[in-house]
Design a protein around this ligand. Structure first.
Ligand code: AMP
Ligand code: MG
Length: 294
């Protein structure tokens, strides 16, 4: 028997947002990253308890939209969505992948983390490994770190000369323009954690055997470059926040907010595709008659 699926109803606007997340969190309207308040919940008037309830209902909406994207991908629509996540160590990039990604069918996701480039990756240009990880038709790709690392630690530690990294912003804009023109909607998320909160989270990792695996001694070394990282993040926001591939800033100190906010941003990206359930690729009346005769 064919599974009946109700069309996704048009959702009423969520109650907790006075300004849609898509506008309230857009980097171009936010404070500079060095002054950004990681506890802020721009546009959201709810609290931790209301956010948890809202995440459940909005998660369902996200799951419906994701299924529709996947269904269209199966039916010849080449579009996809890519969420790029950046943020300092302990900002909660992995938590966003787990909690927001966890609200949709994992078969529809293409999750990729980018660590220090391998020798093979280093033998190609910096976008090579990124190209290869782009989501296929109908998928939601999530990048835990990305091509932006090539203007973050690479810039902060001069891993390549300035003449090289300084040209990458324009190369990135060009790349993202091509990717979006080819059908991938890109949204970019900067998770901003405070220095105090990072200290707390690093300390927690050392006080809990279940978190040792997350601890990396190099994170404390990187912390010494905090201000240089802030400058590098600001440069990204100044140079690569485009309308085709917008940056959003989300404070990371309140996980209940960052998860809800990212869910909301993904919903907006998917709604922007104006998806509908794909029409049958067969003669519906004929098949219904055949099924009735079974
Ligand atoms: P994690 O996300 O905790 O697994 O750490 C990955 C590490 O790889 C981080 O320290 C990143 O800064 C580093 N990394 C990722 N991409 C690059 C890159 N292109 N160049 C240098 N370091 C990188
Ligand atoms: Mg790490």
């Amino acid at each position: 028997m064919a599974k009946k699926k109700k069309a996704t109803p048009a959702e009423p606007p969520t109650t907790g947002w006075s300004v849609p997340a898509w506008e309230a969190l857009r980097a171009s309207t936010a404070d500079p990253v060095a002054r950004y308040d990681p506890k802020a919940t721009p546009g959201y008037t709810g609290n931790k308890a209301s956010a948890a309830a809202e995440l459940t209902s909005r998660g369902q909406r996200l799951a419906d939209l994701q299924e529709m994207l996947f269904a269209n991908g199966r039916s010849g629509d080449h579009r996809s969505v890519l969420l790029v996540i950046q943020g300092m160590d302990t900002a909660g990039k992995g938590g966003i992948v787990r909690h927001v990604g966890g609200m949709v069918d994992p078969q529809g996701l293409a999750i990729k983390g980018f660590g220090k480039p391998t020798p093979e990756e280093l033998s190609h240009d910096f976008l090579w490994r990124i190209h290869r990880a782009l989501p296929a038709a109908g998928r939601i790709g999530i990048f835990d770190r990305s091509h932006y690392e090539d203007v973050l630690p690479v810039r902060v530690h001069n891993l390549v000369p300035e003449e090289v990294w300084s040209q990458r912003y324009e190369l990135i804009n060009q790349f993202e323009r091509e990717v979006t023109e080819a059908g991938t909607t890109i949204i970019k998320l900067l998770l901003v954690v405070s220095k105090d909160e990072q200290k707390q989270r690093l300390t927690d990792r050392l006080n809990n055997p279940a978190k040792y695996w997350k601890y990396n001694p190099a994170d404390i070394d990187e912390r010494a470059y905090w201000d240089a990282y802030l400058e590098a993040y600001q440069a990204i926001l100044d140079k690569t926040d485009t309308d085709v591939a917008p940056w959003f800033i989300v404070g990371a100190d309140r996980k209940w907010f960052s998860r809800l906010a990212v869910c909301e941003l993904l919903i907006s990206a998917l709604e922007g595709l104006n998806l509908d359930w794909p029409p049958p690729t067969f003669d519906l009346a004929v098949e219904q008659a055949r099924a009735a005769a079974l």
